[in-house]
Design a protein around this ligand. Structure first.
Ligand code: ATP
Ligand code: MG
Length: 174
């Protein structure tokens, strides 16, 4: 289905906000083309996992900035925090099931190590990509990119789109 990424992210931020008093949330919308094809609940899960990580791994608070922009024919969403950061050697394993960074600065922070593996699966099923850049003690930025769809302006275009993206309706998450 056609979904507006902005409305999905706004509702995730509203829900996550209540879990913290020490973080400021910023939503920066830099493009008007924000329609993607996909599953609203699954996409909400992606941003819930990323934003809850941003909260959890910045125990001293700070800004959490979500930036929505266009690159080529893709819609990109950055989720940026000012938290603990991720050691370089951990980056290649980050999206692997059950992988957790074992550092003295985060040993007390709980989790199962599934959040990012789920993010990767859902994003992949939407023909998107997820990547991360990070600096220890400075913060992390996770970027999700998804194929942008031109909103159909005629019925014929809509039929074409529905055909073209028919497979996008089937989303499998283990
Ligand atoms: P779960 O999400 O299943 O509750 P988790 O948060 O440990 O557990 P993931 O979300 O998959 O699992 O994250 C994997 C690891 O990556 C985490 O243990 C954490 O060390 C690191 N990590 C993830 N997001 C961030 C972030 N925003 N800042 C710093 N480290 C992060
Ligand atoms: Mg997590």
């Amino acid at each position: 289905k056609y979904e507006d990424i902005v409305s999905i992210i706004e509702s995730v931020i509203e829900t996550q906000k209540v879990n913290t008093k020490i973080h400021q949330f910023h939503l920066q919308k830099e493009t008007d083309k924000t329609t993607v094809l996909g599953d609203r609940d699954k996409l909400a899960q992606v941003f819930t996992n990323l934003i809850s990580n941003a909260i959890k791994y910045s125990p001293e608070g700070g800004n959490i900035t979500v930036r929505i922009y266009e690159r080529g024919n893709r819609l990109c969403v950055d989720v940026q925090d000012e938290g603990l950061g991720i050691p370089e050697e951990a980056l290649p394993n980050l999206f692997t099931k059950f992988y957790r960074v074992d550092n003295s600065d985060r040993r007390r922070i709980g989790g199962t190590g599934l959040g990012l593996a789920i993010v990767k699966e859902i994003v992949k099923a939407h023909e998107g990509e997820v990547s991360v850049t990070s600096e220890l003690k400075k913060g992390s930025t996770f970027t999700v990119s998804l194929p942008l769809v031109a909103l159909a302006s005629t019925e014929e275009e809509e039929r074409d789109n529905n055909e073209k993206y028919a497979h996008a309706h089937v989303i499998i998450v283990e």
